[in-house]
Design a protein around this ligand. Structure first.
Ligand SMILES: C[S@@+](CC[C@H](N)C(=O)[O-])C[C@H]1O[C@@H](n2cnc3c(N)ncnc32)[C@H](O)[C@@H]1O
Length: 239
């Protein structure tokens, strides 16, 4: 397995198959015991050790964790900020791939995960124990009281890997998260799919007063038909 997918795989995941045409389902398991789950059914994907990593990172070559965490780490270096003093929220943390990289590549000292799926917290604790100092299970869109609880952590940065955009955390909610959880000088890094560009960033930076520190256009992953799914990532500092 690659460096972002280094979890022990208990089940025989067998060959991974995808729904033809639309990205609707994923099938895995040994012959005669094949299991089908929804393409974006994260609870089902996280429940099986190594399945999410195998599907998205190995089969589909997902690159967002490296790019987004890389931009954040570069921003820290360019500002002369010590990762060990950073207090970071990993927004839409999933099973902790981005969190593990934040520790390893940016040397982040204090790290909180947040995801709406209880299975994400279980997977992160199972597959990457110790990566998070705390992990909140909440849907930010549906539980605004979560902001008060999170604010107590006094974050210096918010990082979101593959968790912004349609079906995930929308622009308005991301903007509100930054405003409510960061002070001026707070850093953030995230990426959005190229189907949302260029309007997303224009609208976002009209809404959020921030200085861009770095950006990258890259291939987020292959689509199941083999075509590239592009994305753009940015790291910035709140004014
Ligand atoms: C594509 S996964 C990415 C997971 C992880 N960051 C990674 O790169 O492996 C997106 C995650 O965002 C979470 N998510 C989406 N919308 C959310 C919301 N409104 N509040 C909390 N979590 C959310 C999903 O449950 C899912 O685990």
């Amino acid at each position: 397995m690659g460096k972002n997918a280094d979890v022990s795989v208990a089940a025989d995941l067998g060959e991974i198959a995808f729904s033809p045409g639309r990205e609707e389902w994923i099938e895995y398991g040994p012959p005669g015991e094949r299991v089908r789950v929804g393409f974006h059914d994260y609870a089902a994907l996280y429940a099986v050790p190594g399945l999410y990593e195998r599907v998205f990172y190995e089969e589909l070559g997902m690159g967002s964790a490296d790019v987004v965490v890389g931009l954040y780490a570069e921003a820290l270096r360019s500002l002369g900020r010590d990762g060990a003093r950073e207090r970071v929220l990993d927004l839409g943390a999933g099973s902790g791939i981005g969190g593990a990289l934040l520790r390893r590549e940016a040397d982040v000292g204090f790290l909180v995960g947040l995801d709406r799926e209880p299975a994400a917290r279980e997977a992160a604790a199972r597959d990457r124990p110790g990566v998070y100092d705390a992990f909140t299970v909440a849907d930010l869109a549906a539980a605004p009281g979560t902001f008060e609880t999170l604010a107590a952590h006094d974050f210096t940065a918010v990082v979101a890997v593959s968790a912004i955009g349609s079906g995930h955390i929308p622009l308005e909610l991301l903007a509100e998260t930054l405003e409510r959880l960061l002070r001026p000088g707070g850093l953030f890094a995230f990426a959005v799919s190229d189907v949302l560009l260029p309007d997303f960033f224009v609208d976002f930076f009209a809404r959020v007063d921030a200085e861009k520190l770095g950006e990258r256009t890259y291939v987020h992953r292959r689509q199941t038909d083999g075509s590239p799914h592009g994305a753009q990532a940015v790291a910035a500092r709140l004014r």
